[in-house]
Design a binder for this molecule. Structure first.
Ligand code: ATP
Ligand code: MG
Length: 500
């Protein structure tokens, strides 16, 4: 096509040039005639060359960022759709962890079709001899893509095709990238980078997540609806984000569910460690520097929320025992204290956090999930978890039989077993976390088979049940003693009053 097109170009240009010079020569003609000739020249040129060309340079002066984005989206689109046509391809490995990306080599030509319209793409590369000294070796290269199409398709190309190419190119780039797990923890050497990352490769999926099927489906539907609701959020005037609060005892799968969500939606994960954040403005900077299609996670929000005393996680571990009792009251006090705290004091505050979740700053970036986890939902400030901030509250609880069935399938490919009814009965009466059930299902030696593991699980549940019974008895006894003491105290008081 391009060869034929070049021939037309030359012929068209020659005729147009002759008519143009003739017009110039005759420019003493009256204006009206002059315009007529001009119109005719144009028509004649487009008759001989009825094609339109659009160039997409890799960088374009002031708009270099936008043009780079468009250029790379086109590059991905063409690399993905036309790699079978192009004879020479380029492979790009962005860094060790990234997949190999194929794209058209320089000066390659490929065709594309959109709604019955044929289009031609060519990749161009111009090498300029730059006089400036560059830090980077190599020549000064100016790359571009040129799109050619018949002029009768101008509307469809400019109104639909280009949008389609850019959007699909962006989507392909997202699909081809390796997802990342970002964290904001400070390094030991004192250096601090807002986010550092590793490749996110967690094997969790909703299929392997142990929970009731109905609940799981509800969550999956919610995520799918969210990820497809760009227009809807724009229509209702809300930032395209959603908050999830995952709560439940340790080992019930909160972190596993976050990994399953990220894998399901193909999102990056930003693990936000609040205890490493200096103040509200740092939190804001962290948030601004998160990308779209990501999950911002704050794990154990009840612990991280101890912002007033700036107590780190380590300090918390040290005083864990004494805290256990007074924790509930403490957190309420802390939250109250934080609420009263002067915003200007340049610290990380609850209102700073709330602002980041749904204030003006939260609209930087789109398609983001905020996920908080906690073991103690009752300790959290209602302002933090109200709907609109945390739109969906999901309880992850002890292992029920349905969850056990998922784990048995994961660990042993078991759909049924003669020991299942016993396990079903026991799980109905005992609180055992999926983590504990999973641990018992793991083979401990090469001789362990499914039956050995199931029997071990039954023993473990029975032990758990017995321990729970003893604990309940102990608590009952302690309560009765307490009440007796109170009664005695009341009687003594009464006696004293009477004596007086
Ligand atoms: N619902 C579940 N489905 C599948 N595996 C689970 C589930 N819950 C726990 N597990 C297993 O137990 C391990 C611990 O689970 P996880 O870290 O997700 O618990 P958690 O609720 O985040 O606990 P914590 O509150 O202590 O952070 C996981 O690695 C996983 O193997
Ligand atoms: Mg966890």
């Amino acid at each position: 096509m391009m060869m034929m097109e070049d021939g037309w170009t030359q012929l068209g240009s020659t005729v147009a040039a002759i008519v143009f010079f003739w017009t110039m020569y005759q420019n003493h003609f009256p204006d009206e005639l002059h315009n007529q000739i001009k119109k005719f020249t144009k028509k004649l040129a487009s008759y001989f060359y009825p094609y339109i060309k659009i160039t997409f340079p890799e960088s374009d002066g002031e708009n270099w960022l936008d043009s780079q984005r468009a250029f790379h989206a086109i590059e991905r689109y063409l690399g993905f759709h036309s790699s079978t046509q192009a004879k020479c391809l380029k492979a790009k490995v962005l860094n060790e962890s990234e997949a190999v990306i194929l794209s058209m080599d320089d000066r390659e030509e490929v065709t594309d079709e959109f709604n019955g319209v044929k289009l031609w793409w060519k990749s161009n590369c111009q090498i300029r001899n730059s006089q400036s000294i560059s830090l980077y070796p190599g020549e000064d290269v100016k790359r571009s893509f040129v799109l050619t199409f018949h002029q009768k398709h101008r509307d469809i190309v400019t109104e639909s095709y280009l949008k389609h190419v850019l959007e699909e190119g962006k989507d392909i780039a997202l699909r081809q990238r390796k997802r990342k797990l970002f964290s904001n923890t400070r390094r030991d050497d004192g250096c601090y980078k807002l986010w550092s990352h590793v490749v996110f490769e967690h094997p969790a999926s909703f299929e392997t997540l142990a929970m009731e099927g109905k609940k799981k489906k509800e969550i999956i539907d919610d995520l799918v609806t969210f990820s497809k609701s760009k227009e809807y959020y724009a229509k209702i005037g809300k930032a395209w984000k959603r908050g999830y609060l995952l709560y439940g005892p340790p080992g019930t799968g909160k972190s596993t569910m976050i990994a399953a969500m990220a894998n399901f939606l193909n999102y990056d994960v930003y693990d936000l460690e609040l205890t490493a954040v200096k103040d509200n403005s740092e939190l804001r900077r962290l948030l601004i520097n998160t990308s779209s299609k990501s999950i911002v996670v704050i794990e154990d929000i009840d612990c991280s929320l101890d912002l007033a005393g700036r107590r780190g996680k380590k300090a918390e571990e040290d005083s864990e025992d004494e805290e256990e009792e007074g924790n509930k009251a403490n957190v309420k006090e802390i939250v109250k204290e934080m609420k009263n705290k002067d915003e200007k004091s340049n610290k990380l505050t609850l209102s700073g956090l709330l602002n980041c979740i749904d204030g003006l700053w939260s609209t930087c970036g789109e398609e983001r999930l905020f996920v908080f986890t906690t073991n103690y939902v009752e300790k959290l400030d209602p302002a933090l978890i109200r709907r609109g901030r945390m739109d969906k509250h999901i309880e992850l609880s002890y292992c029920c039989f349905e969850s056990f069935e998922v784990l048995a399938r994961n660990y042993w490919n078991l759909e049924s077993h003669e020991l299942f009814p016993t396990i079903q009965e026991l799980l109905g009466k005992t609180k055992m976390t999926p983590a504990d059930v999973a641990e018992n299902l793991m083979p401990k030696s090469a001789d362990d088979d499914a039956s050995v593991c199931l029997e071990r699980l039954i023993k473990a549940i029975e032990t758990e049940k017995e321990e729970a019974r003893l604990k309940a008895e102990e608590e009952k006894r302690a309560k009765a003693e307490n009440e007796e003491n109170l009664e005695d105290g009341k009687e003594n008081k009464q006696e004293n009053v009477e004596k007086c």
